[in-house]
Structures are given as C-alpha cells and as structure tokens.
Design a protein around this ligand. Structure first.
Ligand code: B12
Ligand code: SF4
Length: 468
C-alpha cells in the first residue's frame, strides 16, 4: 500500500516548522507496515494551490491519504478531499487532528473516516481494516497510548525546507515533543481538547528522548531543538531526570522550551541543570499583568510567581521570552466578563517592567482568539459574540479581535496590540542589550529577524501573514 500523509494548504500564514503529528503517525505505523510506502507532503508550507495539490497527489497515486487539520486550515483540507474524491475516487481518505477532535463531526462528506484524538493506534487499526478490505467506520478513536516512547519518522521530513523560530543558536533545527498533555485548564487554551482525559499527562522516558536527540544530531546534523510540549515542567522530577541524562550523555545540543512560571514547578536547581543541558531560552506563558485577569482565565498563576521564575531563570543564565495575551474573556456568575482597557495597559506595562529589570528579552503579544476546543470558544458561541464581518482567513491570526469583547472595542484593541509590540521591542535599552550580546553572525541575523517581526506587526498589524 502507498500512504500519503498530507498537511493541506489552507491559511495565509507562514509555516515555520514541520508537521510533527504526521511524522509521529508515520513513525508509529511504519513499524506495523514495513512493506508499505509512506510519504509526508507539506502543502501548507509550500502554499500550494488546489490544482497543484491534486496534480501531485494523482502523480503519487496513493491508496490512502491521511490528512491532518488545525481549525485554521480545515476548510482547505475539506476542499482538497472533495477534489481527491472527484479525480481519484478510489483513494481512501482518513482525517484527524486538532480541529476534528475539538468539533467531533460524526461524519464528513468525502472523508472515509474521521479520527478523534490521539492518532497513532487509530491509524494503524484503520490501515489494518483497509488491508483486510473491511469497511471503514465513519469515525474512530482509541484509548490514549500508555507508552509514548515513539520516534517520529524524521527520514520523511526535509528539515532544511523550514525556517524555524528565531531567535536560534543553530540554523539546523527540529521540533520535538517530550510529554503529552497538561494538567491545567486555562479558559483560552484548546490544548485541553483531548489531553484532559486520564492520564492527563504522559511522559517519554529519558532513554527514548536521548535516542531521538542523538538521531537528530548524528543523522540530520541538527544543532538545536524546540521542545514544543504544552508545558515542559508539569513534572519537575521527570524533567530533572531528562536533563541529567542529557548532561550525562554530553549531547551538546541547544534547546528551548515552553514552561509554566508556577512557584511549585520551578526551582533554581532545575533551571541551572536545564541550562547545563543546553536549554538557552524559555518561553513563559505569562498572559497578563493583572492578577484579576489571571484568576478569571484560570491560569492558576500570580504575577509575583512570574517575577520569581524569571529572576531564577535569568540567574541561571537562560534567556526569557514572555507570551502575553490581550483581550481575554471568561465567565463570571453566568455572564461574560473580560479584561478592561486599563488591565490590558497593565499587561503592557508589566512586560516593559520585566524588560527594564533585565528579566525579559523577547515577547509575543497575541490577541485572545476563541479556538475550537477551548472554553473561550464555547463562551463566544453560547453568547453569540462572534463577529460576522471578519475576513475568515484572519480568524486564526491572533492579531485582532474576532468577537465582540464586553470591555474593549476592535479599534482600541488594534491600537493596544501595536502599542504593545512597539513599546516593548523598540526600546533603546533593549536594543543595546541585544547588541551587547552579539557573538556571532547568527546573533546579528537573529536580531534583524526579531526586529523584522516586531516591525511587521507595528506596520501591518500581522506577524506572519503572507501576501498571496
Ligand atoms: C507544533 C505546533 C505548531 C507547528 C506545526 C503545526 C503542525 N501542522 O504540526 C507550527 C509552528 C507550524 C504551528 C502553527 C500554527 N499553529 Co500550532 N501548534 C503546535 C503545537 C504546539 C504542537 C502540535 C503537535 O505536534 N502536537 C503533538 C502531536 C503528537 O499531537 P497532534 O498534533 O494533536 O496530533 C495527534 C492527533 O491530533 C492525531 N492527528 C493529527 N493529525 C492526524 C491525521 C490523521 C490522518 C490521523 C489519523 C490522526 C491525526 O494524531 C496525532 C498523533 O497522536 C500545538 C499545541 C498542542 N498541544 O498540540 C499547537 C496548535 C495545534 N497550534 C495552533 C494554532 C492556532 C496554530 C496557528 C494557526 C497559529 C497562527 N496563528 O499562526 C498556526 C497554523 C499554521 C498552519 N498553517 O498549519 C492551535 C490549534 C487550535 C485549533 N483549534 O486548531 C494549537 C492547539 C495551540 C493552541 N492551543 O492554540 N503549530
Ligand atoms: S495555557 Fe498552558 S497551562 Fe494553560 S491549559 Fe494550555 S497548555 Fe496548560
């Protein structure tokens, strides 16, 4: 059997890193179907038009197409399945991913089977059904895997075709996932879709993580990885074990990750070990500079904890990135409550304060966006808050308000968002700090890249939109 795994084209956003989910599906399935031909095609990265996508698929002549879709590119995925069924009706199409998991459609026209939730086991089961010529169910899901020690099929991905996330230490990079899930349930976050089922968080073993890092380093010349786990430090003891193993193996690989600033999950000792193991940057989900907002969105975090974590991280020699949100909403006594204009200003001031104390070097300010799978999405649906006149392609841009906010208008939000990026990124003290840190040509390029993103937001309101 020939199996094509496809990331369909459907958004105007630049894609910086490879479809890890498809690499996981292939990595797992290839063990059971070693006589089959697997291939991964990232049409979204190439921004390939519909005709061209169909041409490529017909030329490849697969028996099965496995398609992934986020909410942002699901309409592209549906159009593509329609076209496949029109021109090559014999191809079986299986669709999975975050969007269908969040929305749980019973059946989708032109799709032979929709997979909810974790896909590795489900995909293997479905391939077996096809091989035995059994009819496929309209939808399918399995229990979560107990053992997630899986190595993605890196040989099916061309790492050189991706730009990855600036700033970085090494040009040649990969994205990795060391644990799955998160025990928290922030109102705005759609990671909760299926990861909240028991067990809430699963962890790979240090042995398996090292095996993958060695493979990436030795076979693909990778010098840096982005550990994309929802929150890397949900189990500090496990993380300590992993970083100790990296140090013991003297891997000499740079990495960055996303972490929670909760006081109970962070310690100087852990951060120091992370640094020793190659971690050079942490992206902290700070979200807001107001404790009222943090409590409303159920972040279970106080700004005092943020200050504490960032100080420890800096002391350990790690560069801090702050991830902030503007315009959050939540439910209070059955009604929609939201961040006020002055609380949004407080967030911007908090980011600047962290910068001026030397604790924050990079930021991201996103506008709250109701992603299917999040509680925010349910609130917006329930109260009919979705705006009717928005450009659909910009819905998932996270750079403008796509719903009626109870306290902040769209115009005010546009102004705030640009102001946040402008006032943080173009401060003379920060620019001098970045210049003082320059040690290589790559550092200069990083500085230009980061300034470019900030300038693009300030000038156009969008960070990664591609003109088509
Ligand atoms: C890495 C990542 C990226 C990477 C790569 C995306 C990719 N296509 O793989 C990059 C940086 C490119 C990216 C970009 C964006 N992302 Co992103 N990303 C992630 C992140 C952090 C990890 C994804 C991952 O690899 N998970 C690990 C794998 C194992 O899990 P998985 O992806 O869910 O896949 C499993 C199942 O879903 C299923 N499955 C998936 N596909 C298929 C297909 C078949 C056939 C089958 C059977 C099963 C199956 O099996 C997989 C293995 O178990 C998630 C957060 C998260 N926790 O998932 C956000 C997340 C997926 N991203 C999100 C968003 C919003 C975006 C952007 C729209 C952001 C933006 N404004 O630009 C863009 C869209 C870009 C694009 N055009 O695709 C949202 C999606 C919300 C939603 N409802 O759609 C998430 C959930 C983050 C969040 N909480 O907001 N992202
Ligand atoms: S924002 Fe972070 S802590 Fe909150 S639910 Fe999402 S992944 Fe978990």
């Amino acid at each position: 059997m020939k199996i094509l795994l496809i990331n369909p084209c459907g958004t105007p956003f630049e894609v910086l890193s490879p479809p890890l989910n498809l690499a996981y599906l292939a990595g797992y399935a290839m063990k059971f179907f070693n006589d089959c031909d697997f291939k991964i095609l990232d049409f979204e990265r190439d921004k390939m038009g519909m005709e061209r996508q169909i041409e490529v698929i017909i030329r490849e002549s697969p028996d099965i197409v496995g398609m992934t879709a986020l909410s942002a590119n699901v309409s592209g995925a549906l159009q593509l399945s329609h076209a496949i069924k029109r021109y090559a009706p014999k191809i079986k199409i299986i669709m999975g991913g975050v969007h269908v998991t969040a929305t749980r459609p019973e059946r989708i026209e032109n799709i032979d089977c929709v997979v909810y939730g974790e896909g590795e086991r489900a995909f293997v089961d479905l391939l077996q059904m096809i091989r035995r010529s059994e009819p496929l169910p309209y939808n399918y899901s399995t229990e979560l895997l107990k053992d997630i020690d899986i190595i993605p099929a890196w040989d099916l991905i061309d790492l050189s075709a991706y730009k990855f996330f600036a700033p970085f230490k090494k040009r040649r990079q990969a994205v990795v996932y060391w644990s799955r899930g998160c025990p928290f349930n922030c109102v705005f976050c759609s990671n909760a879709v299926w990861r909240f089922k028991n067990p809430r968080v699963r962890y790979r073993t240090s042995r398996n993580i090292i095996e993958e890092l060695l493979l990436l380093k030795n076979n693909y010349n990778v010098g840096e990885v982005y550990v994309f786990d929802d929150e890397i430090n949900t189990n500090p003891e496990w993380l300590k074990g992993v970083v100790e193993e990296i140090i013991r193996n003297n891997l000499k690989i740079y990495w960055k990750c996303q972490a929670r600033a909760s006081a109970s999950l962070i310690s100087y000792d852990l951060l120091l070990k992370m640094r020793e193991a190659g971690c050079w940057q942490i992206a902290w989900g700070i979200e807001s500079g107001s404790n009222r907002v943090l409590s409303g969105i159920r972040k279970r975090l106080k700004i005092e904890e943020v200050l504490h974590a960032l100080r420890l991280s800096k002391k350990a020699g790690i560069v801090n990135q702050g991830l902030f949100m503007l315009g959050n909403i939540w439910l209070e006594n059955g009604t929609v409550e939201g961040e006020t204009l002055s609380e949004a200003e407080e967030t911007i001031e908090f980011a600047k304060r962290l910068r001026d104390e030397g604790l924050l070097d990079y930021i991201q300010f996103n506008v709250a966006t109701p992603f299917p799978g999040s509680e925010m999405y349910e609130i917006v649906q329930k109260f009919g808050l979705m705006k009717k006149d928005i450009d659909e392609s910009l819905y998932f841009d996270t750079h403008s308000l796509v719903f009626e906010h109870p306290r902040i208008s769209s115009e005010e939000m546009k102004r705030l968002h640009k102001k946040a990026w402008r006032e943080f990124a173009f401060s003379p003290s920060l620019i001098i700090r970045h210049i003082m840190r320059i040690k290589s040509l790559e550092d200069i390029k990083n500085l230009i890249r980061s300034a470019g993103v900030a300038a693009k937001v300030v000038l156009t309101g969008h960070a990664r939109r591609i003109k088509r």
